[in-house]
Structure formats: structure tokens, C-alpha cells
Ligand binder design. Structure first.
Ligand code: MF3
Ligand code: CO
Ligand code: CO
Length: 297
């Protein structure tokens, strides 16, 4: 089918949970994040403003996460299971001395999140083969040398309908615009204001209940980065050296969501499709530097 013949409209989703494979092994020599040593949320106290040395460590972790995302993305094709994508990402990270941050985080059972079609975020890799026309988000976080780097991207499986394709490209652009709005001295809520005003042009839903976050020594530091216009709330002033993620989730329909009884998978209540892109960034003198870029294309 040529691109001219691609379907115009996105279908509503009807995804169900598949079978999750046993927990993958991480070699003993790879250091675990602190949340692997106790139950419940992570307990890390570190400022969201990092020194140069810490920023460079986050850039190394970020580049590994980004390169893992390239490796996983290049394997995406109709018929491959998300469990196999998890295996590829897991092995890339451990082969490079990194711990896959998702594995065991608050009990999450896999090394990556794979979120298909109507899944907004936190999908668990399982035995479902990808189907022609699916869209999938892969979210990878690497922990190495004491810090996390967090990134995600969308991939199209085979021939995807026009509406889903546009959602993906505009979500990528929404992330780029949010990052371009970053400047020291501005409030953090400027990011979501820019993202929401762009998304509203296309009548997309802008997810509010899942946000960007401070990242570094902690996976989720407690600093919140909304993707909607939250002013006058979330008025923390951005400072040079502040590190956080921007990770907008945009939907074709409503932003109401429900969670599967696996306690992780978040789907749109109306089963409309959702897309997300994410980078870890640091605030610089004149804007932001992306810390989750791969070393090679
Ligand atoms: N990487 C996700 C984020 O962007 C968090 C995933 S937590 C997990 O914040 F436990 F679901 F893996
Ligand atoms: Co994140
Ligand atoms: Co992420």
C-alpha cells in the first residue's frame, strides 16, 4: 500500500494484557539504584540544581538510554513482541554497565515501558506481537555511575493511519517547543503553557495527571514539570544546572484515563490513541541542553 492509501482515521483501541516473562537478570557487578534495597518509593535527597560533574554523568546515562532506544526502535516491525523489545533494551543496557531503572522500580516487572495505541504510559512488555498499524512508545531509563537518564519516543509499526502519524509528529514537535521555552529565570510552568497552546491547535488532549520530573541521583526527584498551563501553580524558577524531564502525552480524544489491574498500564478511558516523547534536559545560560541524545544515529 502506498502512503496515499494509508487509512485516514485512527481506530479505537481494544488492547488486553498479555503474559509477562520472568524477571531478567542483572549481573552482580552492575550497581543498583537505592530503591532496589527497600520497599516503597525511592528515598534520595539531592538538589535539582546539579554541578558540572553530575551533569556530565547524567549525560552519559542519558546517551546510553538514548542509544538503547535506537537499538530497540530498529527492531520494531510487525510480529515482534514487546517482551523481545524489552530483552533487546535490557541487554544493551547491561552490556554497557547500566542498570535498567524501570526494573523493580516500585515493583515494575520489566526493564522498559512499552505503551501501545491507547496506552498513555507505563505499559508492561508482554507476549503480544506488534501489529501492522500499531503505534508504540518505548520509554527507557538508564542508571549508571549513580545517576539516571530518562527518554522515550514513538515508533510506527508497518503502515500507520494518517491521524496517528500526525499525532506522533505533533507530539514530537510539542516536546521540541517545550524545550525551546526553557530559560533560566522563567517559571517552570512556561513549558506546559507552550506545549498546551500548540496541542490545542489540533484539538488534542493534553494529559495532566502524568508529568515531567526532576531526575539525576533520583529517578523521580519530587520536582514536577506539567505539560499543561498550570500557572500560577508550578512557578518554581528555572536555574542554570537544573535537570528535569519534559515528556508530554497528547491524545486524540479525552484525557480521562483508567489503569489496568496490573497496577501500571494507563489507558485512555475512551480508548483513543495517545503519543509521548521525552528528553532529560539541563537548564543552561541561554536555554536548555538535551542530555538524552544517542552517540550515533
Ligand atoms: N520512565 C518513566 C518516566 O518517564 C517512568 C517509568 S516508571 C516504571 O517517568 F516503573 F513504570 F518503569
Ligand atoms: Co520520565
Ligand atoms: Co521515561
Amino acid at each position: 500500500m502506498s502512503t496515499a492509501d494509508r487509512p485516514r482515521r485512527a481506530p479505537l483501541g481494544n488492547l488486553t494484557a498479555g503474559k509477562v516473562s520472568p524477571i531478567r537478570h542483572v549481573p552482580e557487578h552492575i550497581a543498583r539504584p537505592e530503591y532496589m534495597f527497600h520497599d516503597g518509593p525511592e528515598v534520595v535527597t539531592a538538589s535539582d540544581i546539579k554541578d558540572t560533574e553530575t551533569i556530565e554523568r547524567i549525560a552519559v546515562a542519558g546517551a546510553l538510554a538514548a542509544q538503547a532506544l535506537v537499538e530497540v526502535g530498529s527492531a520494531i516491525t510487525p510480529g515482534i513482541t514487546t517482551d523481545e523489545l524489552d530483552r533487546i533494551g535490557h541487554e544493551f543496557l547491561i552490556d554497557n554497565g547500566a542498570y535498567p531503572s524501570c526494573l523493580g522500580y516500585m515493583g515494575f516487572p520489566k526493564s522498559l515501558c512499552t505503551s501501545i495505541n491507547e496506552v498513555i504510559c507505563h505499559g508492561i512488555p508482554d507476549d503480544r506481537p506488534l501489529e501492522d498499524g500499531d503505534i508504540i512508545n518505548v520509554d527507557i531509563t538508564a542508571y549508571v555511575d549513580g545517576v539516571h537518564g530518562d527518554t522515550c519516543a514513538m515508533f510506527e509499526v508497518g503502515q500507520v493511519d494518517e491521524e496517528s502519524h500526525l499525532l506522533i509528529e505533533r507530539t514530537r514537535e510539542a516536546l521540541a517547543r517545550g524545550i525551546k521555552a526553557i530559560r533560566p529565570g522563567r517559571e517552570i510552568n512556561v513549558i506546559g503553557r507552550v506545549i498546551e497552546s500548540y496541542a490545542k491547535r489540533f484539538n488534542y488532549g493534553v494529559v495532566r495527571d502524568y508529568t515531567g520530573h526532576g531526575v539525576g541521583e533520583a529517578f523521580h526527584s519530587g520536582l514536577i514539570v506539567p505539560h499543561y498551563d498550570a500557572a500560577p501553580a508550578h512557578n518554581e524558577v528555572m536555574e542554570v544546572g537544573m535537570v528535569f524531564t519534559v515528556e508530554p502525552m497528547l491524545t486524540l480524544g479525552s484525557i480521562d484515563w483508567e489503569q489496568w489491574d496490573d497496577d501500571w498500564t494507563v489507558v485512555t478511558r475512551d480508548r483513543s490513541r495517545s503519543a509521548q516523547f521525552e528528553h532529560t534536559v539541563v537548564v543552561t545560560e541561554d536555554g536548555a541542553r538535551i542530555l538524552t541524545l544517542p552517540h550515533k544515529a
